[in-house]
Design a protein around this ligand. Sequence first.
Ligand SMILES: Cc1cc2nc3c(=O)[nH]c(=O)nc-3n(C[C@H](O)[C@H](O)[C@H](O)COP(=O)(O)O)c2cc1C
Length: 215
Amino acid sequence: MTDPSNAADLSLFDALYNCRAMRRLKPDEVPEELLIKLIDAANQAPSGSNAQRARWIVVRDAEQRAKLAALNKTAVEAYVGPSAGRPAELPHHSAEKRGRMLASVMWQAEHMAEIPALVIACFQFDEAVDAAAASRAGGSIWPGVQNLLLAARALGLGAAPTTLGLADRTAAKQVLGLPDDMEAFCLIPVGYPMGRFGPVTRLPVEETMRWDRWQ
Ligand SMILES: Cc1cc2nc3c(=O)[nH]c(=O)nc-3n(C[C@H](O)[C@H](O)[C@H](O)COP(=O)(O)O)c2cc1C
């Protein structure tokens, strides 16, 4: 029997079932070779037509982190604001659990600049892109993001996929120095977790799966 709290013991399935969004992260530096290992793991993901257009920026510079943290904070404040239209609870996610999730989102909004590495998943297009074209490329980015999250879990690093900080596309592109043919899709803060890893809570497979056809 493996112990999912011990990274060295993790099987792929342990990692899958214990890869929670870890938002409260220590400011301690993450060794460069581990950051490279995460991106290399992300690089192993599939992409449409094997085009391999995913590109990764690992932001460690303090000023750059502060700029991205400011963008994230503005977006989080709008997201938690009274008119955001966010559901207070969901059938599978009680108000209490959502409250805890929100508290961790708020913690990260306050502390993102102190998190040692902010990984940005980007896509390189052939030409300048509009928002609609950009949204279609997601299918070739998110498998890499999930690879990265699983690799982080296996290495005992905390991480979470986030998009709020990139909502102001123009501002994010400017901070990241992205040319017109590149878009940022996901910002993944990475660091050593303050809390403990634990299992994810998901809908039972009986609710999300049918054999052969839906109705
Ligand atoms: C497309 C996408 C966008 C997300 N954006 C954010 C975000 O902007 N900020 C954040 O704190 N978490 C973000 N998350 C993380 C989700 O809130 C998290 O994966 C979900 O609540 C499940 O959490 P758990 O794995 O800990 O159960 C995002 C996740 C996905 C897949």
